[in-house]
Design a protein around this ligand. Structure first.
Ligand SMILES: Nc1ncnc2c1ncn2[C@@H]1O[C@H](COP(=O)(O)OP(=O)(O)O)[C@@H](O)[C@H]1O
Ligand SMILES: [Mg+2]
Length: 311
């Protein structure tokens, strides 16, 4: 299937800061691609280049088979954009704001239909400044959808919202997806990427470090399960590694988070029995031992050695 968006070798620096080192990506028709990465990874810089808001230092972008640099005005009629920090005219009502947005496009849906789509009928005449965070975000989403775009860009669509407001945005986006429309979103929330994306590109330091469906990323990078264990007592991880390392060479591969060890490995059941046997013999007491399902957070840790939350 022909991709709607093809970006090749994008690069962008701001003075001495290289925000995007080398990013290539594609979005296929009907697909939701999530750029997942920590703060400062280069997500906003990447989408702003794809939206034609900032020019790349290097690289090429084509959308709907057209060169973005040359044909941005035509392309944008079929594109929706929701920025990370949208500041629209706070003294305008939801309906006025949408009418303004609708006027930018060759074709758009009736304003009341856009308002109903994001379930803001009873706020249609309310000024944006009076809306809650979730309502405001839904109003901005309606602006991004008013031209019924083939390709929708969303930069951290639910950051700062409470769980209920986030779920509402997710439901709206999942509904939008059923119309076979494409979405490129950025997020630093794993649950959001897992919920919405068909494909995830994990981004760190301005580069894509892994790519695939949520499930295939988890399975290829981490395996389905992770072995977690913790010892009673006050030993440092160096002491534990030196006590166990000879018999359990794999223990050095585990990730230490606080006093818990997490091991990404394929034969955890064998590791589990070995661990029980050897710790018993060496006098170390295990006070926690379990297998848990791997997550996208584990993928990030395995790939970067850092937790996405601490990055
Ligand atoms: N206009 C700018 N001027 C200077 N540095 C910038 C600018 N925009 C982004 N950066 C820097 O580029 C890096 C990537 O930022 P950004 O693309 O906003 O990341 P993300 O959206 O993933 O948090 C960060 O180090 C950020 O400080
Ligand atoms: Mg950002």
């Amino acid at each position: 299937m022909e991709s709607l968006l093809i970006a090749r070798n994008l690069r962008k620096s701001f003075g001495s800061v290289t925000a995007v080192q080398d990013i290539s990506l594609e979005v296929k028709p009907g697909e939701c691609l999530a750029l997942l990465g920590p703060n400062g990874a280069g997500k906003t810089t990447t989408v702003e280049m794809l939206e034609g808001l900032i020019p790349p230092d290097q690289g090429s972008i084509s959308i709907f088979g057209k060169d973005l640099k040359k044909e941005r005005a035509t392309i944008m009629h079929d594109v929706g954009v929701m920025l990370q920090d949208t500041q629209l005219y706070k003294r305008m009502s939801v309906r006025e704001t949408l009418s303004l947005f609708a006027s930018f496009f060759k074709s758009s849906m009736p304003v009341d239909e856009a308002i109903a789509m994001v379930e803001l009928q009873d706020k249609a005449d309310t000024h944006l400044v009076k809306l809650s965070g979730g309502q405001k975000q839904r109003a901005y989403l309606a602006c991004a959808l008013v031209n019924n775009p083939r390709l929708l860009f969303l930069d951290e669509p639910t950051t700062g919202l409470d769980p209920q407001a986030r779920r509402m945005i997710w439901d709206l986006l999942l509904k939008h997806k059923t119309k076979d429309r494409s979405i490129l979103l950025t997020t630093h929330y794993m649950d959001e990427a897992e919920k919405l994306a068909d494909r995830i590109a994990v981004i760190d330091h301005g580069k894509i470090i892994a790519e695939g469906s949520p499930q295939s990323l988890i399975e290829t990078v981490c395996g389905k399960q992770i072995l977690c264990f913790r010892f009673a007592g006050e030993q440092t991880s160096d002491q534990i590694f030196s006590t166990l390392g000879k018999d359990l060479p794999w223990i050095k591969d585990s990730f230490v988070s606080g006093d818990t060890y997490e091991l990404v490995a394929s034969d955890q059941v064998n590791h589990m029995t070995e661990l029980l046997r050897v710790s018993d013999r060496t006098g170390l007491v295990l006070d926690q031992l379990e297998l848990r399902r791997s997550t996208l957070e584990d993928v990030f840790i395995k790939l970067t050695g850092r937790s996405m939350r601490d990055a």
